[in-house]
Design a binder for this molecule. Structure first.
Ligand code: DAH
Length: 339
């Protein structure tokens, strides 16, 4: 019976290529797939075959049927093309083209800007140990500052040396990893996903930060200020400047919050900025304990670091007013097509 099925298939291939009209094609279809067509009669015969062969025969017939159906569709399409005439000069229908996501565009731009002044883009684990996220960054085990990071703790066995597992709540976790990976001079920019237990109109549980870290001999606050101004001018526009406001982070001393001059009012103060400045992120001089934890001598080296939100700078630059930040990560094409 297998040979019979194969013969039917081959015979059909030969016949279908000679068909010249839709009527002929229909006739051919009926003679194979119609109620008393050749293939249909074979299906009826399966039950007379030995039990162990029935399954494979059924499968073969099915495949043959599908192949015949596909050839009929193809032949029908060819016949109708011939009838209306096929014009190869008619422009095709273009499939819709995607583009890189708004946030990916910002990441590419930020890493390019820093690469121009010698920063190396690095990536570190998104699931990391408490040591890299907190402990090595000079957070005391029970220090209330840890609460500010709204951390997702991973339900996994703690590391004997590095403690519990976390989803990285900030890119600062890359600082000590970088110090252990390589020796100074260090100029890294770590751009990565961060996770915190927060979800509302201005927060998504997953967001991105970019973290700069520079360690070398004689690095001072002037280098930090110069780097931040360079970034502000290149990313936001040549008229923008930054200022440092004293703040507190466990991993930097001194620590700052960085503001950028407001472009709406040019720094004189308006509804958007209140006082001429917009808050943009944190920065500071790397704390000696952090250098030590990274195996670097604070006697010999100093460094600066900063960590800002990618979504935040993106929104500030583009003037995008998104009522709900979560829209950025929705799959709403009406939103995404705009960029
Ligand atoms: N990691 C801080 C945060 O998530 C931001 C930050 C502040 C990064 C100061 C730094 C820094 O490198 O020096 O809020």
């Amino acid at each position: 019976m297998q040979d019979e099925i194969r013969n039917i298939r081959n015979e059909f291939v030969a016949l279908v290529s000679d068909v010249e009209s839709p009527e002929e094609l229909e006739e051919l279809r009926v003679s194979y797939l119609g109620r008393s067509g050749k293939l249909t009669s074979l299906i009826k015969k399966i039950k007379d075959a030995p039990a162990h062969e029935r399954a494979s025969l059924g499968q073969l017939i099915n495949e043959t049927k599908q192949s015949i159906e596909a050839q009929i569709i193809e032949a029908a399409a060819k016949l109708s093309d011939e009838k209306v005439g096929f014009d190869p000069t008619i422009p095709g229908v273009k499939p819709p083209m995607g583009h890189t996501h708004l946030v990916s565009q910002a990441i590419a731009e930020i890493s390019e800007i820093f690469s121009r002044i010698g920063f190396v883009r690095v990536r570190y684990p998104e699931v990391d140990w408490d040591w890299y996220a907190f402990e090595a960054l000079n957070f005391e085990p029970d220090h209330p500052a840890r609460d500010n990071w709204e951390t997702f703790w991973v339900d996994a066995k703690a590391h004997p040396k590095y403690g519990p597992m976390v989803l990285t709540p900030h890119t600062s976790s890359g600082q000590v990893r970088e110090m252990t990976r390589t020796k100074p001079p260090i100029r890294m920019v770590n751009i990565a996903k961060c996770y915190r237990r927060q979800s509302d109109v201005s927060h998504t549980p997953m967001f991105h930060q970019f973290e700069g870290l520079v360690i070398d001999k004689n690095i001072s606050i002037t280098h930090l200020k110069g780097t931040l101004d360079y970034f502000a001018k290149t990313y936001f526009g040549k008229d923008r400047v930054t200022r440092l406001r004293p703040y507190n982070f466990p991993f930097t001393e001194p620590s700052f919050e960085v503001d950028i001059s407001c472009d709406i009012c040019g720094g004189t103060g308006c509804k958007l900025c209140k006082g001429g400045w917009l808050e943009i992120g944190g920065a500071g001089m790397v704390h000696p304990n952090v250098l030590k934890n990274g195996g670097i001598s604070p006697e010999e080296y100093t460094g600066f670091a900063f960590g800002w939100g990618v979504e935040r700078v993106l929104m500030m630059k583009s003037g995008l007013k998104i009522d709900d930040l979560r829209t950025l990560y929705s799959t709403d094409l009406r939103f995404l097509y705009q960029f």
